[in-house]
Design a protein around this ligand. Structure first.
Ligand SMILES: [Zn+2]
Length: 237
């Protein structure tokens, strides 16, 4: 298992290097951030989201919430709550399609509709619009196996035009498939052993997230890891 993920990481690193992606701002699978951990959450906002935001704030941790535009439009008050608690609102698309199959116009529309929904939700605090920076494509695709170099280029162009950057992850908690606390923790540490740190992928869509986070928030500092802000990993962006 570990050998496979090491090989996968090496293959991605080589491919990204060959394609010249090392110069593009963002967080890519092959990068390394030893000793630091950034907690990120996909597919919200849901009723879990405010509870997660509150738990992180209580421990002085800044989370990054990659939200779905269609859920933002239904739950604008949760977006306001997450922002007011000091976390980062980021974009995960409007309707969760695989970006590997979208053309440039469709990619742009998914992102812009979500930007607008977030801007509407946060208009009082950001009258000129929220400073959108970070985007994570559903399933990580374009950078996973399904993605072609052309699809990746299309996504990078779409983001660059909007002054945004892609943010993938180093540690997949696996809670997109299996939310059982013990399984998530086990997988988390297995992935952490390979990557040594970085951005962690969770989903703020299930109730096991709170006990999982409580355990990790307690254990990680004891193991020498430090909770970081996403902007600290990428030079202040
Ligand atoms: Zn997702």
């Amino acid at each position: 298992m570990q050998l496979r993920s090491t090989l996968k990481r090496y293959a991605l690193r080589t491919r990204n290097f060959l394609e010249g992606y090392d110069t593009i701002p963002g967080v890519f699978f092959h990068q390394q951030f030893p000793g630091r951990v950034v907690l990120s959450f996909d597919d919200g906002p849901t009723e879990m989201t405010p509870r997660v935001a509150k738990l992180l704030s209580q421990h002085g941790i800044q989370g990054v919430f990659f939200m779905l535009g269609q859920r933002v439009a239904r739950e604008p008050s949760i977006v306001r709550e997450v922002d007011a608690a000091g976390h980062i609102i980021a974009i995960h698309s409007f309707s969760h399609p695989s970006f590997a199959e979208l053309n440039a116009r469709q990619m742009g529309a998914e992102i812009d509709q979500t930007r607008q929904a977030i801007d509407r939700a946060l208009r009082d605090r950001y009258p000129k619009g929220y400073p959108h920076r970070y985007f994570r494509p559903p399933f990580g695709s374009t950078w996973t196996r399904e993605g072609s170099p052309r699809a990746r280029r299309r996504l990078v162009d779409t983001l660059t035009r909007r002054w945004m950057m892609p943010v993938f992850w180093q540690v997949d908690s696996g809670d997109g498939q299996d939310t059982k606390v013990d399984h998530v923790i086990e997988r988390f540490y297995r992935e952490l052993e390979t990557s040594k740190g970085g951005v962690v992928l969770f989903h703020d869509t299930h109730k096991n997230l709170l006990p999982t986070l409580e355990k990790l928030i307690e254990e990680l500092p004891q193991k020498g890891f430090q909770f970081s802000r996403l902007s600290d990993l990428i030079g202040g962006f």
